[in-house]
Ligand binder design. Sequence first.
Ligand code: NIG
Ligand code: FE
Length: 423
Amino acid sequence: MTQADLVIRDCAELLTCRGPLPKRKDALRDCGSIENGWIASLQGRIVFVGSEPEFRNEVVAGDEIDWIDGRNLIALPGFVDSHTHLPFAGDRVREFGLRLQGWTYTQLAEQGMGIRTTVAATRAVSRDELAGLCLKRLDRMLLHGATTVEAKSGYGLNFDDEIKQLEVLAEVNRLHPIDVVPTFMGAHDIPAEYRDRTDAYLDFLIDRLMPAVQVRRLADFFDVFCERGVFSLEETRRLVEAAQRAGFGIKIHSDEFTALGATELAAEVGAVSAEHLIQITPDGIRALAGSPTVALLLPGVPFFLMLDKRPPARDLIDAGAALALGSDFNPGSSMVSSMLFVLQLGVFTLRLTVEEAINACTANAACAVGRQAEIGSLEPGKKMDVILCEVPSRAHLVYELGPNPVRHVVKNGRLVVRDGRRV
Ligand code: NIG
Ligand code: FE
């Protein structure tokens, strides 16, 4: 018999999302659904997933047990938001207004706005202010079902402010129930101080910041924006190779607005993910087919920037790429912090099936942050990170837009959202 200290009983439907990872092709359509499912944990780890009779046979429900009633609720793994730019200050609503008048994101960046606006605002705030902003945002993310959030630096772009962003991430990871996965993205842009001296900025990133971030253990991953006007393919390769030598896992912003070959590079160097892929080429798709490098699509970006072009989700799935979805939450190109909305965009704008979108926000998204042994699916041994949604079927998660159906959130075996409110 197994001991448990928390049981979620009688879920109308329990989506486990389990199966060999990452999920590809037809396997991406299998959410591992159990009708009238029960799930139990001990000290934050799942010890049982199955039916009521199996539960009665296998689990000792002692007096100390906490019960959550799953009737009329659908349970699924907490969402993993595997791409965000969480620690920023200010907003870009003025630039949004200009975009509504016809300016493009790229034109704004060329005029010295874009990322640079947010760099100035983020440099200007204290650690405490930045932590406060992050905590508020993490609360909103949790209320919409995210239990793990990757977060990139990259609005400091100098020694002190990159370290400040990463230290704030470490602090909010301690203070907030959401697990924050930190990524060092000093290569998000070239700061004004290094204009026309990109090589000197690369030297600074490689010789000063990478070792400083490593010594302080402030990031799991290194990320770089490979894009025309930002970092070229050759510069990206130099950075990525140095980051690997320094001990970082690799993520790459590739093929967002221009195809420069960074997706192929991501697969070649064994990056954990290639992210965006709006302009991915047939060679890029071939590189990701069957590769462990996750194709991480961010449907908030073409939606928020009102682009006609979408990343070719169906071609990627058919080719056998491991597809995941993330929010790219940031003030310029995707002011989208709800993973539930990302799931809905995956269906409405990328034409995924509901099941594909669910797996892409959970099991495969966990692979995109290298944490698939811990999170992303509901099975014994993994973290008890579960969301309970008040909808009659999983299709209703997508079918009805606007209201938030997330009723309860359990993180590490603790109820952190009850009846739609933080506890
Ligand atoms: O993923 N592409 C680079 N970074 C973000 C945008 C950041 C910003 O505009 O502030 C992105 O789209
Ligand atoms: Fe991004």
